[in-house]
Structures are given as C-alpha cells and as structure tokens.
Design a protein around this ligand. Structure first.
Ligand code: NAD
Length: 343
C-alpha cells in the first residue's frame, strides 16, 4: 500500500490508522486540511476488499469535503473516516464507541458524523468516546432532506445556464437511485412539475418512489442514457467515465452522489460533449451545510436559506468559467482551491 505516492494523495495534512483489539475496529481517518474552525466529515463503514481501497476512499472523500466546505463558505477543512467492515454484520455499539475514542486521540479538531454504513443512532455510541460528533438523532439527524433540496437548487441554476430558464416544469429528469437523497430530490421536482424517470436496484425503493412522485421506471442499466434534459446520479460514485459519457443523451448532469467523475479529467470530457456538469461537492453540500449549523442556536430556516444559496454558488462558478474560458468543473476547482489556500 502506498500513501505519499498515491494518485489520490493531495497534500493531505494528517492521516491516522486505528486498531482496537477488543472490538476489532480497523479505521482510517484522513484529514485533507485543517481549516480555521478545524476539520469535519462523515464516518463511512464498508466491507472494503483491500486495505488500499479504504485508504483511497478516505483520501478522495476528505479532499472532496474540503472543496465542499470551501464552496459553501464554511471555514472547516475536509476530513473523512472509513471503518473497514460490513455494517450489517460487524457494526456494534462497542466498535462505534472505540471509534469515538480514536477520534479523541487524533490531536487536531475533527468533527465526525454519519455517512454510508453508519446512522444517526450509531452516533450515540460514538459520542460516548468523543464530544466531536454531530448528526445525532436529537440534532439534525437525517441530512438527506437538506441534501436533496440543495441538489434541486443546483439543478435550477444549471437549467438557467443550459436551457435559458430555471423553471423545471416540463423538463425531464432521470434520477439514478431512489434512496434518501433521490427521494428528497424527487419531492421538489414533482412539486415543480418536472417529468420524472427513476431507477434503483432495490425494487421496493423504486416502486414506492414511482408511485409517490408519478415517475416512470426504467432498468438501472439504462437510467443514465435516457434522452432527457437532466440526469441526476443519486446512488454511486464514479458513474461518469470513458464508457458512460459518450452514451449520455442529456444537457445537464447534476446529482447528489459523491465523486461522480471516475477521474477529474472526465469533467473536461463532459464539457467537450457540451454537457453541463455541476460538481457534486457543490450540488450535494446541503447536508453538510445543514449539519454544521447544529447546536443550541440552531435555526432551521436560516440553515435552509444557506442550503438554498447553492443556487448562487453555481452562478458564481458559471461566471468564473466564462471569465477564465474554462469548463465549469475546472472553474469550481479553481475557486475552491483559492479559498482553501487562505486557510
Ligand atoms: P441511500 O443508500 O439511501 O440511497 C442510495 C440508493 O441507490 C439505494 O436505494 C440503492 O439501492 C441505490 N442504488 C445502488 N446502486 C444502484 C445502481 N447501480 N443503480 C441504481 N440505484 C442504485 O443513500 P443516500 O443517503 O440517498 O445517498 C446517495 C448518494 O448521495 C451517495 O453517493 C452518498 O454518498 C451521497 N450523499 C448523501 C448525502 C446525505 O445527506 N445522505 C450527502 C451528500 C452525499
């Protein structure tokens, strides 16, 4: 396993490896940057086939968190934890508590929270090991409503740029993945009168979404390639690659899934095809924005107003893309990197 020479290593400041013999905990915490107010990012639990896959995920996801916070104007650097294991079989309260104790030993402020494979309820056990955890059931809990709303706002800005109006009524949107974020997005799209096409590998999830939001169902293998205005990846990462991009038949890609580009260069490949791609770290920042505004003075309306401003962030990126004559994805990276350099 390589670290400093890994292509995913991007001047990360701090990487910790943890093991707890009593609970079997094997975890990596990657901190890409420590911002003025510390660093933050979720805890992912996944049965990684190889240890290097876990490290790669931690490096990629923590870097994306820095970009997400930077674009949202939140002075927190990106961090991410990965726990190696199957959440369905290996996750116990004792293991999550041991993870919390590990966070306490990092020595720099890192706020963790739920992510794929961990829930709001799991954070109760993490809290027994560290106070630096958010997203507990009595706090913001599920972040997906805010994430879905943020994707919707980014989509409206993208429609304004690509189609000349931010009205989504009568546009057709193909949503890949009808889980928490997909459904939160569908709610807003249905309300605005968009035509909807959905797919999910989980039959039950896709049926309930189709019934609730009046969507057409297609096979999971076909959803990205529908002849639609907008494609919204809301399931997996790395869905935009050399094989899928040439087959897209949409004007915009804007969704909630993390790390949608298989490699950064695929942003330019989309641009060459005249497809407007909204970087996922902008479109899906709603949950992170909402989660950082917890605490005694939490104000739901103010938090959602901040999520809504993802629309303005997109407009700012479009302006920069025009001024610098570069693709939108590259303009977004450029702005984020300028912000991060000031931390
Ligand atoms: P989820 O597990 O609730 O939903 C994901 C859905 O995708 C599931 O229904 C699953 O069956 C489906 N799926 C998996 N493989 C698929 C495939 N090949 N084709 C079609 N559907 C498939 O997760 P979620 O919370 O909705 O998150 C979705 C994505 O958004 C993830 O990439 C996550 O990292 C990202 N994200 C989520 C949040 C949040 O607040 N929950 C915030 C930022 C980013």
């Amino acid at each position: 396993m390589t670290l400093f020479s890994s292509p995913e290593f991007s001047a990360h400041e701090h990487i910790s490896f943890f093991h707890d013999a009593a609970t079997g905990l094997r975890a990596i915490v990657a901190i890409h940057k420590v911002g003025p107010e510390g660093s933050g990012g979720g805890i992912r639990m996944w049965p990684y086939a190889r240890e290097e896959d876990a490290l790669t995920d931690a490096l990629r996801l923590s870097r994306a968190m820095s970009y997400k916070f930077a674009m949202a104007g939140i002075p927190i650097g990106g961090g991410k934890s990965v726990i190696i294991g199957d959440p369905a079989k290996d996750k116990t309260d004792a293991l999550m508590e041991a993870f919390g104790r590990a966070v306490e030993r990092i020595g720099t402020r890192y706020i963790c929270g739920p992510d794929v494979g961990t829930s709001s309820e799991d954070m109760i056990a993490v809290r027994r090991g560290t106070p630096d955890v958010r997203g507990l059931p009595d706090e913001t809990g599920d972040t997906s409503p805010a994430t879905g709303f943020g994707v919707y706002r980014a989509m409206k800005a993208a429609a304004a740029r690509a189609f000349g109006s931010d009205e989504l009524e009568n546009l057709t949107v193909a949503v890949q993945g009808t889980g928490n974020v997909g459904q939160a997005l569908l709610k807003h799209l249905a309300k605005e009168g968009a035509r909807l096409i959905v797919a999910d590998v989980n039959e039950e999830a896709v049926r309930s979404a189709a019934d609730r939001y009046g969507a057409e169902v297609v096979a999971p293998d076909d959803i990205l390639f529908q002849d639609v205005d907008i494609v919204a990846p809301c399931a997996l990462g790395a869905v935009l690659d050399d094989e899928t991009i040439p087959r897209l038949e949409c004007g915009v890609v804007c969704g909630g899934a993390n790390n949608q580009l298989a490699e950064p260069r695929h942003g330019a490949v989309l641009h060459q095809r005249n497809i407007l791609f909204i970087p996922d770290y902008i479109a899906n920042a709603g949950g992170a924005i909402h989660a950082t505004r917890t605490g005694a003075a939490f104000d739901e309306e103010a938090a959602m107003a901040k999520v809504s401003a993802i629309y303005d962030t997109c407009l700012r990126v479009f302006d920069r893309s025009d001024t610098d004559g570069i693709p939108v994805a590259e303009a977004a990276d450029r702005i984020a990197e300028e912000v991060i350099a000031t931390w």
